[in-house]
Design a protein around this ligand. Sequence first.
Ligand code: 13P
Ligand code: SF4
Length: 355
Amino acid sequence: MVQLINAMTPIEEARAILADGFDLKFSKSVQKATSTVFEKVKDKIPEIEWPFFAPLIFQINRLKKEKDAVILAHNYQTPQIYHGVADIVGDSLQLAQEAAKVRQSVIVQCGVHFMAETSKLLNPEKTVLIPDSRAGCSLAASITAEDVVAMRAQYPGVPVVTYVNTSAAVKAVTDVCCTSSNALDIVNAVEGDTVIMIPDQFLAQNTAKKTHKKIITWAGACEVHETFTAQDIAELRHAYPTAKIIAHPECPPEVIAAVDYAGSTAGMIDWVKTQRPARVVMVTECSMSDNVASETTGVDFLRGCNICPHMKRINLENILWSLHTGTEEVTVDPAIIEPARAAVRRMIDFSKKGD
Ligand code: 13P
Ligand code: SF4
């Protein structure tokens, strides 16, 4: 039987559709307009591949202005997004803080769905787009609003601190949100000596080690960070004896106990930029060290990372498509928008006080 072997990959298909409406040639003017971006990513993107990325970056940046759009990108986005088209980059807290301030009428969220929902909660009157709404999160998928209501009934009067990696419906039945960068401060700030901290069991356990409060948690975990083990860290230490090893607090406590520093994605970036170790392993999502490497000379970044398949659903092709078509628009049920927004707002206001 004859088999067709020239079927296009999804990216090739997307490019073919985009090429109908956009000039995706690597012209001299595109090369010139994107040369500063190439300087930043050239260690990560081979020169031979640049002619595929540059026209998309050029068109996205052009269309962004035309559509009065701003691109918010998480630290786990690929270097071509992070350095090429993002207006604002950061960890979850920074993205929420910046989303609350943007002046453009359209926000394109390059990250996962809960991040886009958070931007929508803070900007109900603006259009918030996510290039692929299937970009989920194992933590957000681990808990429902009904689960939280049941926990509240089980522990009456105990405040609920919810990680931003949750749906708007879960945030709506929450007292205050937190991110990995302010979790400890928020747990310490809420009233009482017991706190419900959901849904990340590891962030909760890691926070519990630093507070005298009793923490009740949920069995959620990040599929990217839960797989790291103390054995992995021991092997990294053996392979790279002079390297510093840093990790995200979504890793299990035995991993956190074995590393030199643990912090949010922005915390890790700051740590590398200020400590400037000669060699470092970032035990987190792989794009982190790719992105920070081009901004940090004299530091050798060694691999010890996993890929988040949800973050990687976002690419230059679907960002351009999203801007072009105004899809996929993120909406939040009007019945929950106010209480969900209030939980995020309390976190942002709290973090402002701490500045
Ligand atoms: P940060 O808030 O540290 O950026 O973390 C978000 C996230 O999804 C980590 O897996
Ligand atoms: Fe969710 Fe983990 Fe991916 Fe972050 S890295 S978006 S917590 S699955």
